[in-house]
Ligand binder design. Structure first.
Ligand SMILES: Nc1ncnc2c1ncn2[C@@H]1O[C@H](COP(=O)(O)OP(=O)(O)OP(=O)(O)O)[C@@H](O)[C@H]1O
Length: 261
């Protein structure tokens, strides 16, 4: 469902040094990244700040093109077939909304229905289902800017799923949510994966998300894959450490030490 083969992405940064000189620096955000995510998997994508997670997600959704390697998502090359891919993928960015700020949530959904050309009857049925499980009813007619973070996040998740994509990519979907909202979002995502078989790739700094949802964990560090395995395999990388926080802290610290050598 998601395939990356030797993918790299670099950025060239030019800055003025003094009055006459310009300095050019190349940042390798992602290097030689290869992995496959099979249909129906729920995969956590972890990594320290600046590791390359958002860059990967931007490439998977076609926002950025890779500078090397090959990507396929639902059979398509994301950067070349962005419009076709949009019909097969749902994307949620926890730190920003894809909804229309001044419109009621319901109107945002109507606009998305038009964009994805979802039949009116099908749309009504899906919106009813999503409203019920995500409990959107009480604020469907509220402008997005008046929603709380938890309400807005549930709205964003519904918006990403109105066209029933087989793949869902989530970038920090539980950031800033209270324990009750977090539990609601996690429960919804778990059911979506087990009942509908939606393939999910989840980026998060919240290790509770990983523990509760992900059967498989990939860890990226300095742009390269540093670990790929089950949660149990991850815990076994640091015998003696009792919590996932301890294990991940150790992996991040070792990665930083190796990079500095
Ligand atoms: N547009 C850009 N121009 C230059 N450098 C960039 C750009 N986007 C990302 N980078 C650099 O690429 C590296 C990876 O960044 P990225 O945003 O993918 O990390 P991340 O793992 O998502 O981090 P975080 O957890 O902090 O969100 C960083 O060194 C970052 O500064």
């Amino acid at each position: 469902m998601i395939e990356l083969d030797g993918v790299g992405r670099s950025f060239t940064i030019r800055r003025r040094v003094g009055r006459l000189r310009r300095e050019t620096r190349v940042v390798h955000a992602v290097r030689d990244l290869s992995f496959r995510v099979e249909p129906g998997e729920f995969v956590g994508y972890l990594g320290p700040n600046g590791a390359g997670k958002s860059t990967t997600i931007k490439m998977l959704t076609g926002i950025l093109a890779p500078t090397s390697g090959r990507i396929r998502v639902a059979g398509l090359d994301p950067s070349r077939r962005r419009t076709a891919l949009a019909r097969r993928i749902g994307v949620v960015f926890g730190q920003r909304t894809t909804l229309w700020w001044d419109l009621p949530l319901r109107s945002s959904f109507q606009l998305i229905r038009h964009l994805y050309k979802v039949d009116q009857k099908v749309f009504r049925r899906r919106l009813d289902d999503l409203s019920q499980v995500l409990e959107l009813g009480p604020f469907l007619d509220t402008p997005v800017r008046q929603l709380s973070l938890g309400q807005r996040m549930r709205g964003d998740i519904a918006a990403a799923l109105l066209h029933e994509p087989p793949v869902l990519v989530l970038d920090e979907p539980t950031i800033g949510l209270d324990v009750v909202s977090k539990a609601a979002v996690r429960g919804f995502l778990r059911d979506l994966n087990t009942e509908r078989g939606t393939t999910v790739l989840l980026t998060t700094h919240d290790l509770g998300d990983i523990e509760r949802l992900c059967r498989r964990v990939m860890l990226i560090d300095h742009g390269s894959l540093a670990f790929d395995g089950t949660l149990e395999d991850l815990m076994a990388t640091a015998p003696g450490e009792s919590t996932i926080e301890d294990v991940v802290t150790r992996l991040y610290t070792e990665g930083a030490r190796e990079a500095a050598q």
